[in-house]
Design a protein around this ligand. Structure first.
Ligand code: HEM
Ligand code: HEM
Length: 239
């Protein structure tokens, strides 16, 4: 079921009720990705022995991102990309409605936020993939670095070092946007990402759209973990 009404909906803050919007895998994976990113940046900058943690956290993040991409096709209605990805016109209309009330209400990601989600996932996927082929010229080789020429690995390492700041920049913009909603628009998006439900105007959203099969989520998580494990164990990481 689509998480966004066909017509842009307009609502006041009155008559709102708590409706489940985010299934548990979306929430758990979101906060796990946040934790991984913090560990990755800290350990990447620290280098030395911290690189062992860096590579493990990078592999976990890769599995989480792969899971979220699959969940975007197989998850609950609200988790599916098709339910929140909209074209540029919808994005422009949403931005206009933010500037001039009444505001459009979106059950999950708004049309601009939806594209930010894709950007964040794509950037993390690219960065983690680059990491697999990186080396630090001293002790640490990404698990796939030995499968390519040293010069190519050096080149990808240089991109990995710089692109880390693109990922951090996108995350910063994302966090800033969430804070703008909280303080400027008085809309708390953080709580739903923790507890799963959101206060929505009457008639918006159905609990079914946030319902997901736990067995399917766990099976997909194991599958993504296994795929990453298989990729990184193909060649031993050299310390
Ligand atoms: C630091 C790294 C972070 C990354 C990479 C990140 C990534 C993401 C992604 C991919 C989504 C989409 C969720 C989905 O549909 O599965 C999302 C949504 C969200 N994130 Fe983050 N996030 C980060 C940090 C944070 C922090 C620190 C907060 C809280 C202050 C936060 C609050 C939220 C909220 C509230 C949403 C839902 C937005 C909405 O309702 O449209 N995120 N984030
Ligand atoms: C989104 C995920 C990742 C982020 C944000 C990230 C971030 C970083 C950062 C900040 C550095 C240090 C850059 C510097 O020297 O200034 C670094 C270096 C490195 N990372 Fe990652 N990393 C990620 C994933 C991975 C993965 C999955 C692996 C391998 C399994 C990996 C392997 C390495 C290696 C080998 C280096 C040393 C490269 C060098 O010194 O040139 N990274 N990473």
């Amino acid at each position: 079921m689509s998480g966004v009404p066909k017509k842009p909906a307009v609502a006041t803050v009155a008559d709102r009720a708590a409706v489940p919007v985010w299934d548990w895998p979306v929430r758990a994976v979101h906060w796990a990705m946040v934790a991984c990113l913090v560990v990755l940046v800290a350990s990447g900058l620290r280098k030395g022995d911290a690189m062992a943690v860096h590579m493990r956290a990078g592999e976990v993040l890769l599995a989480l991102v792969l899971f979220r991409i699959l969940w975007g096709f197989a998850g609950s209605g609200n988790a599916r990309f098709a339910s929140f990805l909209r074209g540029p016109r919808a994005a422009a209309r949403y931005l206009r409605s933010r500037l001039r009330p009444p505001h459009e209400v979106h059950i999950t990601h708004n049309p601009v936020g939806g594209w930010m989600v894709i950007l964040l996932l794509a950037a993390m996927l690219a960065q983690a993939t680059l990491g697999l082929y990186s080396n630090d010229d001293v002790f640490w080789d990404g698990p796939l670095a030995s499968t390519i020429a040293k010069e190519t690995s050096d080149f990808l390492s240089a991109i990995h070092r710089r692109f880390a700041w693109v990922v951090v920049g996108l995350a910063a913009v994302h966090i800033l946007a969430v804070l703008v909603y909280l303080f400027a628009f008085r809309e708390n998006l953080i709580r739903p990402m923790i507890v799963g439900s959101k206060r929505l105007p009457a008639g918006f959203g159905t609990p079914e759209a946030a319902r997901a099969s736990s067995a399917k989520a766990i099976a997909l998580l194991i599958l993504c973990g296994a795929v990453v494990w298989w990729i990184v164990r193909k060649t031993p990481a050299v310390a």
